[in-house]
Design a protein around this ligand. Sequence first.
Ligand code: 13P
Length: 253
Amino acid sequence: MRKPFIAGNWKMNTDGHSAVKLAESIVSGCSDLDSGSVDVAVCPPFVYLQQAGKALSSSRVALGAQDVYFEQKGAFTGEISAAMLKDIGCTYAICGHSERRHVIGETDELINKKVHAAISGGLLPILCVGELLEERKASKTAEVVTRQMKKGLAGLSKEKMSAVTIAYEPVWAIGTGLTATPEQAQDVHALIRNLLAEMFDRKIAGEIRIQYGGSVKPDNARELMQKEDVDGLLVGGASLKADDFVAIVKSSV
Ligand code: 13P
């Protein structure tokens, strides 16, 4: 049985005060959950990681970063290393979010370096994959997701792969209110699990958690989570409201 994993991606939202308040409310909302039932994480903006992290300390809610740079240190103005994130208490780092792929222009090769660097630095990467609307319309979903998986995970040993979570986030469902149907999500999650078996082995494929992301809300979380290969959720907009995020977490257990 894969333990559900629900993560909130706050994107470029909150300020110092509201980040702490949001973290505190999520901690208190999750306090009655059995610790073995679900993994929970929030990913605030870099500048509020420490403040929000303090509010999470000694709680069951883990801290994650929205990105990580692949170099260890040096002249890389504006970038943040895995060691720095580890140093301030991060457990997870999102790699290859669609907004970084399509707004910032990150390539599969760069994302692959970030996944490697996150693991080497002691972080657990969440690798995001997902197709654009025009790719889905052109029946290219499988092709795109397969490329992103193969390139994003290139060169990882089986042991390193066990640190990774995959997030399937169809780009057309992100922030649009258009959620993939549970069946659409399940189809791609099953494809991803088969790919993991092919690239690594069946055991790893059976263990790796695959999250769904894209307009997840309290009223659609449960039916998505009921699908066999949906092991968790990566939540954007709804993770900015503590009540909604906590309701999503609770509907996954
Ligand atoms: P929304 O839940 O706002 O659609 O965002 C999903 C997402 O991109 C999470 O990483």
